[in-house]
Design a protein around this ligand. Structure first.
Ligand SMILES: Cc1cc2nc3c(=O)[nH]c(=O)nc-3n(C[C@H](O)[C@H](O)[C@H](O)COP(=O)(O)OP(=O)(O)OC[C@H]3O[C@@H](n4cnc5c(N)ncnc54)[C@H](O)[C@@H]3O)c2cc1C
Length: 293
C-alpha cells in the first residue's frame, strides 16, 4: 500500500471572495506529491488546538495503514488532538504549487470557521487526502455523459464543489444549478464550457441553515425534458428532503443521484452520527454494492 496522503501546508494567502466566503491559499513542499483530479475533490483538514503552531498529527506509517493512523490520531489527548473537518479543493495551481480552499464563514462558528476567519500567511494546517479511502471515486464523467442534463443543488458549503463541476463540464453538457447563499453579495460567477442556468436562492431570515429556500425552489422547479443526473450537497436535512423529492415525486432513479450531507443543523462534525445519518450511510453502501454488481 502507498504512504498515507498526510500533509502539512502553510497559508500563502487569505482573502474574502464574498462577505461570507474566505478563500485560503495553501502551499508547501508536500504539494509536489499531491494527486489531484478534478472535479469535487474532498479532503480532511486538521486545525491546530490553542497553543499549537502546527497541528499534532501521527507520523504517516510507511505501509499506508489508515486504521492504525486513525487510531493513533484518536489516542492523542482530547485537548491536543487537532479538530478535523471536511472541505473541498476549490482549485489547484500546479505552477504556483498551491491549492485554494473556500470556507463559508457561518454563524455559530466552529473551529474550522474560526481558523479560516483569522488565517494569515505562514499559519500551518494538516491535510489528509485527496483519497479514495474516505471519498468515493467520482464517476461524474460517466454519470453526466449518460444523462440529457445535470441538476446541481446545494448551499454555500457545496458551492466550491459545484463550481469545480461547472468549470469541468464538457461543451455539450446542459446544467441547471440551484444554489442557496446568504444574499446577492455572496453570489459568484462561473466559467463553463457547458450551457448553465443558475438560480440563486437567498436565505429569507438571514439565519444560515434555517432556510427552506433551496428545497422549495427545487420542489417548484419546472425541469428540462429528458434524463437527469443530480448532484446534491449541503445541510443534511435539506439534502435528504431534496433526494426524497427527486425519487418519490419526480420518479428519478436513485442511481442517478449523487448526494452528500455536508453539515448538520445544531450538530458539529465531532458529534456522533444520528439514526438518520446511519440509515443514509447504510443506503450508500447498498447503492455502491448494487452499482458495482
Ligand atoms: C465532503 C464535504 C465537503 C465540504 N466542503 C466544504 C467546503 O469546501 N467549504 C465549506 O465551507 N464547507 C464545506 N463542507 C462543510 C463543512 O465541513 C461544515 O460546515 C463544518 O461543520 C464546518 O466546521 P466548523 O468547525 O466551522 O463548524 P462545526 O464545529 O462543525 O459546527 C459548529 C456549529 O455550526 C453549525 N454549522 C456548521 N456548518 C454550518 C454552515 N455552513 N452554516 C450554518 N451553520 C453551520 C453546526 O450545525 C454547529 O451548530 C464540506 C463538508 C463535507 C462533508
Amino acid at each position: 500500500m502507498d504512504k498515507l496522503p498526510v500533509w502539512f501546508l502553510d497559508v500563502a494567502d487569505a482573502k474574502r471572495v464574498s462577505p461570507h466566503m474566505a478563500r485560503i491559499t495553501l502551499t508547501g513542499d508536500d504539494l509536489a506529491d499531491f494527486v489531484y483530479a478534478e472535479p469535487d475533490q474532498q479532503v480532511k483538514l486538521y486545525f491546530p488546538r490553542p497553543g499549537q503552531a502546527v497541528p499534532r498529527l501521527p507520523e504517516p506509517n510507511a505501509d499506508g495503514n489508515l486504521m492504525a493512523w486513525y487510531q493513533a490520531y484518536n489516542e492523542i489527548p482530547d485537548d491536543e488532538r487537532p479538530w478535523m473537518r471536511s472541505y473541498t479543493i476549490r482549485a489547484r495551481d500546479a505552477e504556483r504549487n498551491t491549492i485554494d480552499i473556500d470556507f463559508v464563514l457561518h454563524e455559530d462558528a466552529g473551529p474550522a470557521t474560526r481558523w479560516a476567519a483569522s488565517a494569515k500567511p505562514g499559519d500551518t494546517i494538516g491535510v489528509f487526502g485527496p483519497s479514495t479511502m474516505f471519498a468515493r471515486p467520482v464517476a461524474l464523467s460517466h454519470s453526466i455523459g449518460a444523462a440529457d442534463w445535470v441538476l446541481l443543488a446545494g448551499d454555500d458549503t457545496a458551492l466550491p464543489a459545484m463550481s469545480t463541476i461547472i468549470e469541468w463540464l464538457p461543451e455539450d453538457a446542459v446544467a441547471v444549478a440551484y444554489i442557496e447563499v446568504n444574499g446577492t453579495e455572496d453570489e459568484q460567477r462561473f466559467d463553463t464550457r457547458g450551457t448553465l442556468t443558475t438560480h440563486w436562492l437567498h436565505r429569507a431570515d438571514a439565519k444560515p441553515g434555517h432556510s427552506d429556500a433551496l428545497v422549495e425552489a427545487v420542489r417548484d422547479a419546472v425541469f428540462p425534458e429528458g434524463s437527469v443526473f443530480a448532484w446534491l450537497g449541503g445541510e443534511s436535512g435539506a439534502v435528504r428532503a431534496l433526494r426524497r423529492h427527486l425519487v418519490n415525486d419526480r420518479g428519478i432513479d436513485k442511481r442517478a443521484i449523487d448526494f452528500a450531507g455536508y453539515w448538520r443543523l445544531k450538530l458539529t462534525q465531532d458529534d456522533a452520527p444520528t439514526e438518520e445519518d446511519m440509515a443514509e450511510a447504510m443506503e450508500r453502501v447498498a447503492d455502491a454494492q448494487t452499482s458495482s454488481a
